[in-house]
Design a binder for this molecule. Sequence first.
Ligand SMILES: C[S@@+](CC[C@H](N)C(=O)[O-])C[C@H]1O[C@@H](n2cnc3c(N)ncnc32)[C@H](O)[C@@H]1O
Length: 188
Amino acid sequence: MRFMDDLRPDAVVGARGDVLEIGFGTGLNLRHYPSEVRAVWGIDPMATEGVGPVERRIAQAPFPVERSALRADDQLPFDSGRFDCVVTTWTLCSIPDARAALGEMHRVLKPGGVYLFIEHGRSRTESTIRWQDRLNPAWSRFTDGCNINRPVDELVEQAGFELRSLDEFKGKGPRLISHLYRGVAMRS
Ligand SMILES: C[S@@+](CC[C@H](N)C(=O)[O-])C[C@H]1O[C@@H](n2cnc3c(N)ncnc32)[C@H](O)[C@@H]1O
C-alpha cells in the first residue's frame, strides 16, 4: 500500500502507550507514531525476520518493537485489556475472519483504549458496490485474500467498539479499492 503512504501520519495520530499493530507488514507505520507511544507489538503471519528494510525500520524506531508471526483471527497470546491502543492500516481486507480478529482486538484493548484504523472497503455508491460484490471472489483469489467489499464501520461496531470519529473518502487508485474508512474507535 505504498501509494497511500501520505495517509499514514494522520492514521496514527492519537496512538499512545503500548500499541498492538495488527497486520504489521513491513513496518511502514513505525516512523509515523507519535512520541506518546511506549512500545509497539507487531502481529502478522508474514515472517519478515532478516528482511533488511524491515529490520532497519525497527532499529530506527525510538521505542521497542516486538514482532510476532501470529494471526489476529486466532486467539492472541495477550491478557484482556493489555494494550492502550490497537492499530490497523489496510489490513482488515486481508484477514480471513475479520470478525474474529476484531473480537480479539477488542478483548486485548483496555477499557478507554483506542482503536485507530485506515482501511479500504465497501463503497457507498451503488454501481461500485455491485462491481465490488461481483469481482470480490476473483479479486480475493488473485490478491492472496484481499476483500474489496467489507463494510468496515459495521464490522468495527459489531465487535463492540464505539466509533468516536469516522471519515470516508476516495483515496488514490481504482474505485474498487479506494473507498477509505479512517476512524477512531474506543473500547468503552
Ligand atoms: C495489504 S497488507 C498491509 C500491511 C501494512 N498494514 C501496511 O499498512 O502496509 C495486509 C497485511 O495483513 C496481513 N494479514 C493477513 N492475514 C492476517 C491475519 N490473519 N492476522 C494478521 N495479519 C494478517 C498480511 O500478511 C499483510 O501484511
